[in-house]
Design a protein around this ligand. Structure first.
Ligand code: GDG
Length: 491
């Protein structure tokens, strides 16, 4: 089994400066880390990434904090300007909104692209320094789409694989990107490209066909094949999963059982509806709040009998747009509570902080309905975590049709269009009225999928696709060697 070399923008640890030379190291939150960390902890390997704070990295606190991680951690440093132009700039003001179909939120500042390339080159150098022969090199996510190109320019010919955690947009949206051709060319320097869903693969292939006229696409049943500059690139969908057993066992634990009972007991006679997201405009939080408000307006039977618990995890708060976005959420929560609350009932309970893991699990266990409405999402792990923690099979999931998870959870979820506030409001009523037998039947179906297609299944399927690739390139290099030998002999 080859060593796994994971490369992502952020490390699974966040470094925080408490002033002077004092540093704290805390586990980072977010979908990528939740999924990849348990895998690396189990298999071992190396993780290359940025610890989340600009400037020089004094290694000691990081080395100490990661000593028992079960894998090696290699930090990449970013200056403040690089953080601003590469991370906040190209990654989060161009790619993130564009790939979530929110083109009006993009800032196509030309300087950002140069910073993006330069930082990707820094990551490429770190990979070139760390990589050993036969390592499985696996680059993650939208911040690092230029890494393979940078490695090829440094004459690295090893197999390179990539997984995109966020959606890939359709051609009509992608074609707004000023660097569309350069970015696709860079992506085609990887040997295996993994996407979350069939929809993303379709979009990517459509963009390749329209933008890269010198490619040939060979449709295949499992992995699609693209021929480009004498190379073959394989493309597939690999829906990311979660560590099912760890969530299910966590939900059964005494501490979580106690906390969830306490939570339930605090709101007798009320069905609890849960929303939990990072602070991000792609997650559809205002739309969800407006739908909840409409539900209370249109369906008086819900008043006093449902409560929305909305957890918003602070994220990218340094970006002004995110700050304004938080104010919008605050105002909506204030409006709903101001209009509908009574002396004994508060319609929205709002937490703007990251819950401890046990508290999060207790919320999953205690809430009757999960209300997850991203405008677009690569996958959405919260939906899968919620199903997993419903160990009694009782619970309803209202899920945006534009979340990647909708492809797998379709048989049990109540799918909604997050732009249709009235439809979402009516679905709240439907979920509220749904009887236990129906809820259980739906939940069982979803839990089966989440259990079977868990994070280890995801890694295995990606690694298997990568291993096939290694066999292909071995055959190709043997062919090249024998062709060269034949030419030499006949010369
Ligand atoms: C990206 C893609 C894709 C949430 N609240 C708390 C908390 N969380 C954790 C959840 C979950 C993670 O954060 C969020 O994951 P998502 O998948 O929902 O979203 P992104 O962070 O946007 O992730 C996404 C993912 O990558 C993986 O490929 O699914 O589409 O955008 O794991 O548990 N964790 C804690 N307290 C909270 O209050 N501790």
């Amino acid at each position: 089994m080859s060593r796994l070399l994971i490369v992502s923008n952020r490390l699974p640890f966040a470094r925080d400066s408490t002033g002077g030379a004092l540093w704290t190291v805390t586990p980072a939150t977010g979908g990528l880390v939740s999924a990849v960390e348990p895998v690396l902890r189990e298999r071992g390997g190396t993780w290359i990434g940025w610890p989340g704070i600009a400037g020089k990295i004094p290694n000691k606190p990081l080395t100490e904090a990661t000593r028992n991680a079960g894998y090696e951690v290699v930090p990449v440093a970013l200056s403040e300007t690089e953080r601003d132009e590469f991370y906040y700039g190209y990654s989060n003001e161009v790619i993130w909104p564009l790939f979530h179909d929110l083109q009006n939120f993009c800032n196509f500042e030309p300087a950002y692209w140069e910073a993006y390339k330069a930082v990707n080159e820094r990551y490429a150098e770190a990979i070139a320094r760390c990589a050993q022969r036969d390592d499985f090199i696996w680059v993650h996510d939208y911040h690092l789409m230029y890494v393979a190109q940078a490695l090829r320019e440094r004459n690295v010919h090893a197999a390179l694989t990539f997984f995109l955690h966020i959606p890939f947009p359709p051609y009509d949206i992608f074609s707004k990107l000023p660097q569309q051709q350069r970015l696709l060319r860079a992506l085609l320097q990887f040997d295996l490209l993994g996407f979350q869903t069939r929809r993303d693969v379709r979009n990517f292939i459509q963009c390749v066909r329209r933008v890269m006229l010198d490619t040939k696409v060979v449709p295949r049943r499992d992995l699609q094949l693209v021929r480009f500059e004498k190379r073959e690139i394989r493309i597939g969908h690999f829906p990311i999963g979660i560590d099912f057993d760890s969530f299910a066992n966590g939900a059964k634990s005494e501490a979580v059982t106690h906390k969830s009972q306490q939570l339930r007991a605090s709101f007798p006679g009320c069905q609890l509806i849960l929303g939990s997201d990072r602070l991000d405009y792609s997650k559809g939080i205002p739309e969800r709040l407006r739908a909840f408000r409409t539900a209370l307006e249109r369906h008086p039977e819900l008043r006093g009998r449902v409560m929305l618990i909305q957890v918003v995890v602070p994220s990218r708060v340094e970006i002004p747009r995110y700050h304004e976005f938080k104010q919008r959420i605050d105002r909506l929560v204030g409006d709903i509570n101001g209009r509908f609350s009574t002396s004994t009932w508060l319609p929205v309970q709002y937490h703007f902080r990251c819950l401890e893991r046990d508290d999060l699990l207790a919320h999953y266990r205690a809430c009757d309905i999960a209300f997850i409405t991203p405008l677009k999402d690569g996958m959405n792990l919260v939906a899968k975590e919620y199903c997993t923690c419903r160990i009694d099979d009782n619970g309803a999931l209202i899920l945006s049709q534009f979340a990647g998870a909708a492809e797998q959870l379709r048989p049990g979820a109540m799918l909604v269009n997050p732009y249709d506030v009235e439809q979402m409001a009516d679905t709240i009523l439907e979920a509220f009225r749904m009887n236990q037998t129906q809820r259980r039947a739906r939940m069982k179906r979803m839990r089966r999928v989440v259990r079977n297609e868990n994070v280890f299944w995801w890694v295995d399927s990606f690694l298997r696709a990568g291993a096939k690739l290694a066999r292909h390139s071995l055959r190709a290099s043997k062919k090249r060697r024998s062709a060269a030998a034949f030419q030499n002999a006949s010369a």
